[in-house]
Design a protein around this ligand. Structure first.
Ligand code: UD1
Ligand code: CA
Length: 476
């Protein structure tokens, strides 16, 4: 039997004082996304959609709510306000009015469990479907159970109760089976019993107290004992956050390797959960792939590449460079030490070399910018050669202006193109030219300010224009 209508409640109202942070605990990030994002994503992947998920918020309620809404484009999550925060049981009670009445199971996840996986949620729901127990706990055996809640079992092995570490006797603290916090309930029973929970010694209403109630009523509690229980255990401290990130990072690199990506050194490879990489791409050491980055097949990325929210086509090479919001078509090479900023677009076969910075500019297929220089707000045609040290002066102190460079043009070393300005197709600017006026197609200009000194070529293929010898001084 499977369940037809599961619903979820995510507890995220508690402040999380052990993080020692001004920011709410579930908003702390690992692999590029907040803990809350990871939990909500696992629930969606397990088939529990936003409209069947209630998030309990309290401390920093506006920020936590905004995170869920913006990260999932206004998905219809329900929000229950818990004010004040009187414990996990009290938090679940606040969710009651928002949980769909047709729910046949309610999974309760804590917002601080970023390693929770969809497969574990599915296993829990399968367990609930096969059991008559009104509560099913996810537990596991740990060598070092630290301050987690302990699962106390009767001599016959049945669950007797959960004891919080702070309330446990020395004998109970010696128990190595721990409560992960992740659990599921039969809805009618949950809503009936939650008001019967009595406060713990610290005054809080514990969700975990329901287990004792279920046992004492004779209904009993089921367990799903996980091999890898650490995945469902919450992050309370900065140290646990770093440990969780390391685990998540290993999971991401392992998954990529199973799909044919070569990762030279997983220990120094930092790939966000949202990144896509094609097969036969090699990621070299000390590479960061962040945000919504997509990398094609047969690429070489790194070493020392930092790529954020960029699209990289097949067979590209990015060596020791920083890309942010950039787009590379196929067969593009970048680096070393290039900086491609938002809106940088490189057409097929473009080569961007040492110390080049490109912002809000496109280079057409086959164009080259091999040495240090700057392109801003510039449209470069195909097969253009941008010489060493050439710069588009796009900012006059008040406004940004555009530069256009036609197909096959040749921009000599150290040329300064004072925008707004256009260099025509197959035109040439001499070394050190300060170009203040448009250059006609095929013309040759030089000097300060640049003046026509003849013709360069009329072809637009760039064959003549790529000649780096002679008087052009391209620095090729
Ligand atoms: C909880 C469990 C413990 C388990 C451990 C696993 C309880 C009482 N204890 O302890 O058995 O071993 O998780 O990680 O459940 N929250 C609210 N409102 C509140 C209090 C908490 O929404 O009033 C939320 C928190 O934001 C957090 C989650 O519930 O996301 C868990 O609370 P936390 O204080 O982290 O519980 P633990 O001490 O870790
Ligand atoms: Ca916790």
């Amino acid at each position: 039997m499977t369940l037809a209508n599961p619903a979820a409640v995510v507890l995220a109202a508690g402040k999380g004082t052990r993080m020692k942070s001004g920011r709410h605990k579930v908003l702390h990030r690992l692999a590029g996304k907040s803990m809350l994002w990871h939990v909500l994503t696992a629930l969606r992947q397990a088939g529990i959609p936003p409209e069947r998920t209630t998030i309990v918020i309290g401390d920093s309620a506006a920020e936590v709510r905004a995170e869920a809404e913006t990260q999932f484009q206004g998905a219809p999550y329900a929000f229950a306000l818990q004010e004040p925060q009187l414990g996990t049981g009290h938090a679940a009670l606040q969710a009651q009015p928002h949980v769909p009445a047709d729910a046949d199971a309610i999974v309760v996840a804590y917002g601080d469990t970023p390693l929770l996986q969809a497969g574990t949620i599915t296993s829990l729901l399968d367990q609930v479907a096969q059991s008559t127990a009104p509560v099913t706990l996810v537990t596991g055996i740990l060598d070092d159970p630290q301050d987690l809640g302990r699962i106390v079992r009767s001599p016959d092995g049945a669950v007797h109760e959960i004891v919080e570490f702070r309330d446990a006797t020395p004998e109970q603290r010696a128990i190595r089976e721990v409560n992960s916090g992740f659990c599921a309930f039969r809805p009618a029973w949950l809503w009936e019993q939650l008001p019967n929970v009595t406060p713990a010694r610290n005054g809080e209403l514990y969700l975990t107290a329901l287990t004792g109630l279920a046992v004492r009523s004779g209904a009993g509690a089921g367990t799903l004992v996980l091999e890898n229980v650490l995945e469902t255990i919450g992050v309370n401290t900065r140290e646990q956050l770093a440990d969780a990130e390391a685990t998540l990072r290993r999971r991401i690199t392992r998954t990529l390797m199973t799909t044919g990506v070569a990762i030279q050194d997983p220990a120094t490879t930092y790939i966000d959960a949202t990144v896509v990489v094609g097969p036969d791409t090699t990621i070299h050491a000390n590479t960061h792939l962040r945000g919504d980055t997509q990398v094609g097949a047969d690429c070489e990325i790194g070493p020392n590449a930092i790529v954020t929210s960029s699209a990289i086509g097949d067979r590209c090479r990015v060596f020791a460079s920083v890309l942010d919001g950039a787009t590379l078509e196929e067969d593009v090479t970048v680096g070393p030490f290039a900086h491609l900023r938002p809106g940088a677009r490189c057409g097929r076969g473009v080569e961007v070399g040492t110390g080049s910075e490109i912002k809000a500019s496109s280079l057409g297929a086959g164009s080259r910018m091999h040495h240090f220089g700057y392109l801003g707000d510039t449209t470069v045609g195909q097969n253009v050669n941008v010489g060493a040290g050439a710069i588009t002066c796009n900012y006059d102190g008040k406004r940004k202006h555009a530069t256009r460079i036609g197909d096959g043009a040749f921009i000599g070393s150290g040329s300064l193109l004072i925008a707004p300005v256009e260099v025509g197709a197959a035109a040439l600017t001499g070394a050190g030219a300060v170009v203040t006026r448009d250059v006609a197609p095929g013309a040759k200009v030089a000097g300060v300010p640049a003046r026509p000194i003849g013709t360069h070529g009329a072809d637009s293929t760039g064959s003549g224009a790529s000649d780096s010898s002679g008087n052009s001084g391209s620095g090729q």
